[in-house]
Each structure stands twice: as C-alpha cells, then as structure tokens.
Design a protein around this ligand. Sequence first.
Ligand SMILES: Cc1cc2nc3c(=O)[nH]c(=O)nc-3n(C[C@H](O)[C@H](O)[C@H](O)COP(=O)(O)OP(=O)(O)OC[C@H]3O[C@@H](n4cnc5c(N)ncnc54)[C@H](O)[C@@H]3O)c2cc1C
Length: 446
Amino acid sequence: MSASTRIPPIAQPFVSERAKKTLDLVEEFVEKDCIPGDAVFSAELGEGEKRWQTTPVIMEQLKEKAKKLGLWNMFLSKTHFKQGAGFSNLEYGLMAELLGKSKIASEATNNAAPDTGNMEVLAKYGNDAQKQQWLTPLLEGKIRSAFLMTEPDVASSDATNIELEIRREGNEYVLNGSKWWSSGAGDPRCQIYLVMGKSDPHNSDTYKQQSVVLVPAGTRGVTVHRMLHVYGYDDAPHGHGHITFENVRVPLSAMVLGEGRGFEIIQGRLGPGRIHHAMRTIGAAEKALEWMINRINDDKKQTFGKPLASHGVILEWVAKSRIEVDSARLIVLNAAIKIDQGDAKSALKEIAQAKVLVPQTALTIIDRAVQAYGAAGVCQDTPLAYLWAGIRTLRIADGPDEVHLQQLGRRENRSRKDAIAAKLKWQREESDRLLLAAGFKAKSHL
Ligand SMILES: Cc1cc2nc3c(=O)[nH]c(=O)nc-3n(C[C@H](O)[C@H](O)[C@H](O)COP(=O)(O)OP(=O)(O)OC[C@H]3O[C@@H](n4cnc5c(N)ncnc54)[C@H](O)[C@@H]3O)c2cc1C
C-alpha cells in the first residue's frame, strides 16, 4: 500500500492529487535512497574533529536528486508563503512523517530544522535585503542557519528571562551574553544566527523588551566554545552549540522586523514547526514499530520454543502501538488542518496538544521496540537507541511539556468554566422541575 492510499479518511478531502503523487515520491525517495544512505552519511562523517568539518558527499548527491524529483522546500505552506513547493500544512505534514524515518531525508529535501523555522521568519518578517542575503541561499540549500534563544544562566522556557544584551550604539547594535543549545551551529555551512536578546530591558511591557537580530557566524566577538551532546550523541555535523557574544557588533540593518518585536517573531516561528517535528516523530514511531515487528518474527531468536510474536503480551504491544500511533497522527493532522484554515495563532490549542502528546506516545512505542530486541535494542545495531534519545529531547525543546500543559489547562479552564457552571445549574433546576411535575420530590444537589 503506497503512502497516498494510507492517508487517514478524515484527512483525504484536504489532500490534492498533486500532493498524493508527491507523497508517493517522497516515500520512494526516503525508503530507497535516504534510509540506506543513513549509514553512508555516518561513515562519511568519520570520527573526531573531522565530524565538524565535513559535509558528507551523499548529502549533496541526495539534494540534487530531490531537487530533480521536485521534492524541495515542501514545508513552506501555500496558504502563508509564496516561496515553497505549493503544499498545505496538512499535505506537508503527511510528507514529514515519511521524512522522519531517515536521519538525512529532511535535509536532503531542504525541510530540516532549524532552517525551516528560520526561513519562515525571514520570509514572514525579513525585509528585501535580508531576504536576498539570507533567505535566498537558505531556500536553495546552499547555507545553513541557527536560532539562538536559550541561555545557560536563566530558565529559558520562560522567554522573558532571556538576558543577552542588544545595545544600540550609533549605527550599530552591540551584543553581549551567552547562548547554548544553538542547534545547527556546528555545521561548517552554518552562516547565519538569528539571535534573540533584550534591546529594551526596562520596558514596562515584558513582552516588548526582546528583539531578534541577524548575526553572521564568525563575526568578531562570537566564540563557539563546545558542542553539547544528547545522551552521548554529538549530532554532528549539525550539533548544539554553546556560544558567547563579547561586544559583537552588527549594523542596524541586522534587526528583524523592528526593536521590541522579538516575542512576536518567536511565536510566529514555532507554530508550523511544532507540527513538522510532531509528524517526523510519528514517522519515527512507525519505524520503531517496523523494527519491532521484524524482531518478533525472527525465527532464529525464539524464546521458550516459540518466536516472540507467539507470546500474547508481545502482540498486545504491537496492537497498542498501532492504536497509539494512529491516534497521535490524527491529533497532528487535525492541528495542520486548523492552521491551514486560519493561521498558527488560531490553532494554538491543537498545536499544543500535538506538541505534548506525540513525543510521549512515540517514546512509549520506541521503548517497546527496544524491549523486544533485548540488549540489541540499546546498542548501535538498531536505530532505536538513537531514535529514543532524539525524541526524548522533544519533551524539552521548543518549550517543555509542563509549559504547554499549563497553557492548555489554563485556556481550557478559563474558556469553559462559566458556560459549564451555567449549564449544570440549569440542568439541575430543570431536573428538579421535571421531578416535581411528575410527582416526585426534588433532589438536593451539590
Ligand atoms: C536537542 C535540543 C535542541 C535545542 N535546540 C535549540 C535551538 O536551536 N535554539 C534554542 O534557542 N534552544 C534550543 N533548545 C533549548 C530548548 O528550547 C530549552 O531547553 C527549553 O526551552 C527549556 O529551557 P531550559 O532548558 O532553560 O529549561 P528551564 O526553563 O530551566 O526548565 C527546566 C524544567 O522546568 C520545568 N518547568 C518549566 N516551566 C514550568 C512550569 N510552568 N510548570 C512546571 N514545570 C515547569 C520543566 O520540566 C523544564 O524542563 C534545544 C534543546 C534541546 C534539548
């Protein structure tokens, strides 16, 4: 069954014939070129310092092939951008699931974070000169980028805490401070940082204190100290940088959108990006399930005289995983449809639901697959350990679960409490009235 025939019925009316054809092309590209290419990519990266200086040849070859197939920049939705491949968020969401099954497929099709979010920022908020200098080469896949918000010295899930100073001096801004978890900063092709800092720390509106400026990598005063590991994985060549800024000077033209508009930018940046992550994560969960099914039917590795698939509990893992991944996918597709019908702001609730639910679901499924493999599941002989580590970070990155749950809970409570109280009161009174009318005693209710 090809990918286009597996589209959930609920989403089918929103998917064009062109998107269906592209979806099948994406599947073939991922399964036949990218997944086998994952190992080549790792081998070409090699060991030690070389990992941060190399662009594996296979990546450029795959990019060429993807461009020829028309599999390029699918993430920029047709509803909100003119620069993309002309798909909706829902259509790209279905493609992102397939991309999520390979380490390299997203970059090979120029749909990789953080460039995707950064391109959206530049397309949405950048001026013509900024677009020409940075957006064009990013769209062409010639350079890479990083978004620098999180800081080592403050709790960054509350972005009002951000401290990096952006001080205006004559015709320049001067930046001082430190950043970490700057994903993508390790790549030798990373040429531009989008840096969030405080340009007006005393503004009485705490959401107007921040700005985003464009800082070319290698600007004097920028020091990349080290790359942080994720459960021991270095994620080279992409990496997660710890970077300091010491009297870094950029021209006033480096400001994106305007002083004090930083919050607006980060909020605009994260909506569709969260859906992309969530759909790639669904793909990772599907991959884990495939690996699990392969192991439990391995006749060479039987326990107590029968393959694992003959043990009831193992089939229950398969069944539960199928239920969980299918229901999580619907939550994400629903959020994508909501964005397509309005914008990311009108879909905050649906995006938050997907952002929280999907990584937790995928982690459970990957964990079952690991268990099915026994010790092999935790080592480098399957993709499972690496998948687990990467997806575990999604419960923290782009805002931890607790922050999204708090906002979801607050919104649900605030928007419904009065209407629910009024409805329940009316129902109690109506029930009493009906009881009395039928000759019974009215109940005493809470
Ligand atoms: C792999 C990876 C890649 C990343 N890439 C980037 C990047 O490219 N650019 C970038 O700027 N940042 C990036 N980050 C950083 C990420 O966005 C932050 O780690 C995240 O926003 C949380 O901030 P913090 O680490 O400062 O945690 P803190 O803000 O210190 O929070 C710590 C913990 O406190 C708890 N908590 C927070 N708020 C609440 C609350 N309201 N109620 C209850 N508990 C709460 C949560 O459990 C949270 O995990 C990345 C992180 C990872 C792991």
